[in-house]
Design a protein. Structure first.
Length: 318
């Protein structure tokens, strides 16, 4: 099991998104004005009836959230949306009651239980069973819930829950079925695989960019006011919804930050040099010039200025 956390400001929209699926079921809730009869009907409804009921219940959830959020108007984004995704190997043991128990235990361990929340289960045939937790960041006492180091806490709590309930840990991005993802998330995973493939064996930055373009992914360096590199963004066109999606490198994967990419390219260069030495072969002059050009382009303005100053000092001495 793994958890993913998102914050927002629209409780009704978030609830509508989670409820408007034929396989969606409300497992439990606390502090919300939800009609139990409507909830039971929703869990059994399909198509038009489900769409109507999900709209009504999402509206009720939104009103309950807004009323409590008004206790602390300083909280601009009071909605937290947490997705807990389980492995298919755990499915036989994941009854509604069991998933509800795990979700509420997760909230207690995360210290996010003193507030309004609803737990909604999704389970498409052939997909991973998962639950969506929507909670109010304004607690029952009017104070904002503690979200310091929330993502680190999420990782640790998920590990503890996996051990406590005998659940399987996710096998990572490489084993995700990309075709089952929605447009934005699908694009993010497509970029991940494109960057990973392009990075493998790239001799330098130019080579890396060239391979990315061959996979319909572009990258843009983000610079500070002084011209030094601050980070990197990746973009890709999604034909299914006709939109470009852009992500920070670190949002694709921690290893895909600018510094992480440069370290990997440096390792590639070292590996190439070792292979050349071992084989006794030599690279063509065009390759050597290309690597030198990459090194020059990847230098920050401060490094380039320092090199120019050194050259000027040498000329004066002569």
């Amino acid at each position: 099991m793994i958890g993913k956390i998102i914050t927002g400001s629209d409780p009704s929209g978030c609830a509508r998104y989670c409820l408007d699926h034929d396989e969606a079921r409300i497992l439990c809730f606390d502090g919300l004005d939800i009609d139990p009869e409507q909830m039971t009907r929703l869990n059994e409804a399909v198509k038009a009836e489900r769409e109507a009921l999900s709209g009504i219940i999402a509206g009720d959830i939104g009103q309950s959230f807004k009323l409590q959020a008004s206790l602390n108007p300083k909280v601009v984004k009071p909605v937290m949306h947490i997705a807990l995704s389980f492995m298919n190997e755990d499915e036989p043991a994941l009854t509604d009651r069991r998933m509800s128990e795990i979700a509420e235990d997760y909230l207690r361990r995360m210290k996010l239980d003193n507030t309004q929340y609803v737990v909604i289960r999704h389970h498409k045939p052939g997909g991973n069973p998962h639950v969506h937790i929507i909670l109010n960041l304004v607690g029952n006492d009017g104070n904002r819930l503690d979200t310091d180091f929330i993502r680190r806490r999420n990782i640790n709590v998920c590990k503890d829950l996996n051990r406590s309930y005998g659940l399987h840990w996710s096998r990572g991005k490489d084993n995700t079925d990309v075709e089952k993802l929605r447009s934005k998330e699908k694009t993010r995973y497509e970029i991940y695989h494109a960057v990973k493939s392009a990075l493998n064996g790239s001799s330098g930055w130019r080579d890396f960019e060239r391979k990315l373009l061959g996979r319909n992914v572009t990258c843009q360096l983000v610079r500070k006011n002084d011209g030094s590199v601050q980070g990197i963004n990746f973009s890709k066109w999604n034909s299914s919804d006709g939109r470009y999606y852009t992500f920070k490198g670190s949002a694709i994967d921690r290893s895909m930050s600018y510094s992480g990419l440069m370290k990997q390219l440096e390792r590639n260069s070292i590996d190439d040099s070792e292979n050349i030495n071992q084989s006794g072969a030599s690279r063509p002059e065009s390759y050597v010039l290309g690597v030198l050009a990459d090194l020059m382009e990847s230098q920050t303005p401060e490094v380039q200025k320092d090199n120019n100053d050194k050259q000027k000092r040498k000329k004066r001495r002569i």
